[in-house]
Structure formats: structure tokens, C-alpha cells
Design a protein around this ligand. Structure first.
Ligand code: 5CU
Length: 379
């Protein structure tokens, strides 16, 4: 059966929502009363977010709402992750306790949800690590151990800060080693964007931080990780990049050239920078067929850099094997209520319209790649 699998879909678990409701600083959920006396829950998570925040409701935390959304869009299986800013704002002891509790909560959210067959649930998840400054290595490794034992958790989601110094910090080597050993997929997802001064003084709502800041953050974090040799030291690491890797595919040849011309870095890496893109996985949350086709070309091209002098024709289909459908639900709701969300329909249409992708490539991106990457249907 051809399944549609959403690998980029978020939740704020009820325990986390209670924490956000109890807070008076960002991140927080607060309730205001509208003119007609109705209660209005608002979410404030981004720095410099307009102080009124954004509406937030059951679609962010209620499992039935998630299943309802999946049903409306024909999504058979979702691999759900906690939404940003995760545990980033907590102290190390608080983050450690909450990570462990939220991982158990997410396992329960998935395992007690509906199933498609005796071996296939409709919900799987990415766990959380207590990735905050001051956390011990053993706490991080214990957390990976915990997640690897929870049957429905098949990966972790992480931001760009690591334990405070980014994803190129050697302090994370034990984390990469443990992820490699357990086979858990690490989903790199943005939250902070880039310096807000870049956005100027005009009000453009959330457009610039979300359309550009988020993907640029992922681009920078992943580039630093590559430059630090993480993929040389941990070649079996399975990293999934949000928003189709941001600008990394577009900039990868420039990156390779800058490395080659830089005396500090020129001999540091084992491969041409473009080779590493073929070792990564990319969500297909790009909203356009041309962008998806381009990303798959860049992934396919990495095979040319297996050896220094290899050349070859790019086969788009190779790259498609590393791309996976996602929705970003419950973010990007339509401004006017509609049954189907434009953000979802557009991503599906984009997959369907990539020139050069055959039926098998498209079904790979819609679901088959996720089934094999996350070993869905296997205990
Ligand atoms: O709309 C947003 O702010 C977001 C967000 O915070 N996180 C996310 O994954 N997508 C959109």
C-alpha cells in the first residue's frame, strides 16, 4: 500500500503547554479576553515577536486534532516532534527532568494513538535531549539511551545551539557517537533565525524570520557541523534537515570553493564539501517543484565527489531517495478556515510536479523513504 508519511509535524505536549502557561516571559502561552468576553489563548515563542503573539489552540497539543488533520489530508502516518524552542530556556537540571518526562509522554501519545495494522501505528515521534549549557555528557547519552528504548520514538529533534556553542562543538561528539550507534535520526530544526537587525524597520509580520531567518539558521548550523568534520568522524550519522536544508544546496559549490581557497580549512575535510550533501536527508517542505528538483539534483551530484576525479550525469531520482514529505503542522494554518491547508496541498503538488521524478521517486518522497529511514512497521 502506498502510504503518505509526514515527517515534519509538531506538537506541544500537554506537560509542556502547562509549563508555557505558567511562564511570564517568552516562551509562553497567555490568555487574553476578547471584547465579546471570549478567552483567547496566544503563543509567544519567537524573540521580537509582536507582543500580541499568535493564536494557539488544541491543534497544537491534542492528539485527536492531529489525527483529524491527518485524515483530512490523507496522511497515513506522522513522525511527530516537539515544536521549538524545546528545552532551550531551562536550566540543566530542569531540562534533564523534563526531557525524560516528555519522551515518555510522546511515547504514550504515539503508542496509544490509532494504528494501521498490528505492526504499524499512525504516530511515531522524535524525542528530546536536554541540550542546554551545563548539562553533563552522561545526561545526554542517557537520554539517547532512553529514547532508543521507547518503541515509537525513532529519532531526536534538535535546534542549532547544541549545548550553547553550536553543532560544531566537540562536546557533542559523544552525542553524535550515541546517535550513530543507536541509529536514531537527528532532525535539525531552526528556532532563532538570524540577527533581527537584518530585517530593517518595516513591519512584515513573521515573513522574514520564517521564510529566511529559519532556513538561514539551518544553513549556518549544518555548514559549521560539516566544517567541524562531524560527518568525517561519524559517517553513519543520519541527519535530517528542516525546510529542505535552507540555502545549503544552493550555496554548496560556493562553500566548496571557499574551503578549497582557504588556508585554514583547505586540508581539514576528507571530502569536497558537496559530497557531504549526499549523506544528509532533507524534508520536502519547500513548496515548489523547481526547488525540490534542484535539491534532489544537488544530492544526486554528491556521488561525483566519491573520488576526486569522478564525473557523471546527474540522475534526479538518486537525490529523491533522501527527501521526505512534511507539513510543518500546526504552523502555517490558512488565514481563512478551509478544509485542506494550502501549505500541505502545495507541498504535495510540488512533489507530484517535479520534472524528472518518476512514480517511484514521488512515492519515495511521499512515504516510502520515511518508512525505510525510520523503520516504520518494524518493532
Ligand atoms: O510559525 C512559526 O513560528 C513556526 C515555528 O515556530 N516553528 C516551526 O516549526 N514552524 C513555524
Amino acid at each position: 500500500m502506498a502510504l503518505l508519511v509526514d515527517i515534519h509535524t509538531h506538537v506541544y505536549l500537554p506537560r509542556y503547554v502547562s509549563l508555557l502557561r505558567a511562564r511570564h516571559t517568552v516562551p509562553r502561552i497567555f490568555t487574553s479576553v476578547t471584547r465579546d468576553g471570549k478567552q483567547d489563548d496566544r503563543l509567544l515563542i519567537l524573540d521580537h515577536e509582536p507582543s500580541g503573539g499568535r493564536p494557539v489552540g488544541a491543534q497544537y497539543w491534542d492528539r485527536d486534532e492531529k489525527i483529524n488533520f491527518m485524515n483530512r489530508h490523507g496522511i497515513n502516518v506522522s513522525v511527530v516532534s516537539s515544536a521549538n524552542p524545546w528545552l532551550d530556556f531551562l536550566s540543566a537540571p530542569e531540562a534533564k527532568t523534563l526531557a525524560s518526562e516528555l519522551n515518555e509522554d510522546l511515547e504514550q501519545y504515539c503508542s496509544e494513538g490509532p494504528s494501521l495494522s498490528p505492526t504499524l501505528q499512525r504516530l511515531y515521534g522524535f524525542g528530546l535531549l536536554p541540550l542546554v549549557p551545563g548539562i553533563s555528557t552522561s545526561a545526554l547519552v542517557d537520554s539517547i539511551e532512553q529514547i532508543s528504548k521507547l518503541l515509537h520514538l525513532r529519532g531526536i529533534i534538535l535546534g542549532s545551539r547544541g549545548v550553547g556553542k553550536g553543532l560544531d562543538d566537540e562536546a557533542l561528539d559523544p552525542v553524535w557517537a550515541a546517535l550513530e550507534k543507536t541509529g536514531l535520526v537527528a532532525f535539525i530544526h531552526p528556532h532563532y533565525g538570524v540577527d533581527e537587525k537584518a530585517w530593517g524597520e518595516k513591519s512584515n509580520g513573521h515573513v522574514l524570520p520564517l521564510a529566511l531567518g529559519f532556513p538561514f539558521e539551518t544553513t549556518i548550523a549544518t555548514t559549521r557541523l560539516i566544517l567541524a568534520g562531524v560527518l568525517d568522524r561519524f559517517p553513519s550519522l543520519r541527519l535530517l534537515l528542516a525546510h529542505s536544508g535552507g540555502a545549503l544546496p544552493q550555496l554548496s559549490s560556493r562553500l566548496a570553493s571557499c574551503i578549497e581557497h582557504d588556508p585554514v580549512v583547505a586540508s581539514r575535510l576528507q571530502h569536497d564539501a558537496r559530497w557531504y550533501l549526499g549523506k544528509l536527508y532533507f524534508d520536502a517542505v519547500a513548496y515548489g517543484p523547481e526547488e525540490l528538483g534542484f535539491v534532489s539534483d544537488v544530492i544526486s551530484r554528491s556521488a561525483r565527489f566519491e573520488s576526486k576525479d569522478s564525473v557523471g550525469v546527474v540522475d534526479r531520482g538518486i537525490g529523491s531517495k533522501r527527501m521526505l514529505f512534511g507539513t510543518d503542522h500546526p504552523f502555517f494554518p490558512p488565514l481563512q478556515p478551509t478544509d485542506k491547508w494550502k501549505s500541505v496541498v502545495e507541498n504535495l503538488q510540488a512533489i507530484d510536479s517535479v520534472s524528472g521524478w518518476g512514480t517511484e521517486d514521488k512515492q519515495g518522497v511521499r512515504g516510502d523513504n520515511a518508512i525505510s529511514l525510520f523503520q516504520l512497521g518494524q518493532k
